[in-house]
Write a protein that binds this ligand. Sequence first.
Ligand code: ATP
Length: 335
Amino acid sequence: MKTDRSDILACLRNSADYVSGQQLCDRLGVSRTAVWKVINQLKEEGYRIESVPSRGYRLVESPADVYSESEIASRLHTKWAGQRLVFYESTGSTNPDAKRLAEEGAPHGTTVAADRQTAGRGRRGRSWESPAGSSVYFTIVVRPSFAPDKASMITLVMALSVAEAIHGMTGLDAGIKWPNDIVVNGKKVVGILTEMSMTPEMNEIQFLVAGVGVNVNQESAEAFPEEIRKTATSLKIESGQRFDRAELLAQILSRFENNYETFEETLTLNALKERYEARLIGKGAAVRVLDPAGEYTGISRGITGTGELIVEKETGETVLVYAGEVSVRGLYGYV
Ligand code: ATP
């Protein structure tokens, strides 16, 4: 939810020059005392705000990696994605939180973010390692009017958005391991879990939630539990730099909003396919498809306009792989 606090922070952040107390009052419709209180509170939290009589306030520096509701909200430049925002220091998992809000009628774009998850989840009942202080975990609610058979494309739309936001902010070559993992230098930095709720008649989507976990500031592989040390990594490990999590989340939401609207125009990935395939790992190379009905290998040829992976078997037969229950691997390892 937008608050005076995040609005004031946003005004200061988006202005290169001083903003007068009166301007803040007028723009936000709050009293002088309210502005003064918020400014003092921000200063106490470590924001360096210069106040010059007759000129006003100027944000000189934000404390490093403050991850809070107002910090995220003040960086958002979206119409609907994250405009209703709920932030938890700690929660079980943001997907069930978002589903609960959606059941209660939360609008399209409602986002739940957390600093830590105690029961982070992956696909097929797997878990997502979710320590405090280093990662981005969030889930966005979407209320589509399209048919349920289109829903799996949202995972790809989100994967593209996250990969592009990571690339834009860090310069890292963020690849997509179809359908839902983001990989940097052969290791996983992001997991995405999309879930759908149907109307009681089971013929329409009530809402979708797309949950994302990004490993951002973990310092070294030792930050991950033994079982995933060889396959997991963070943006910090790969780039040597720490990143502001609130800014990363804001950028992901803004890319997702744009990409989702592009997808909605045709309800296909046609307009996004080229960008998705440019990041697709293993295109043109051999992949192993771990299908519960039977494992097989083939050459990955990219994706269809509806998000299936095109795999050409050795027999020459072309298979369209549907997301859902399937995992894809490189021939000799994770990618
Ligand atoms: P795949 O396609 O690789 O089989 P998946 O898409 O089914 O995986 P997800 O649901 O995305 O898997 O993620 C769960 C898996 O990711 C876990 O089983 C674990 O191996 C790995 N994992 C868990 N936490 C993290 C983390 N923080 N960073 C990277 N990998 C993780």
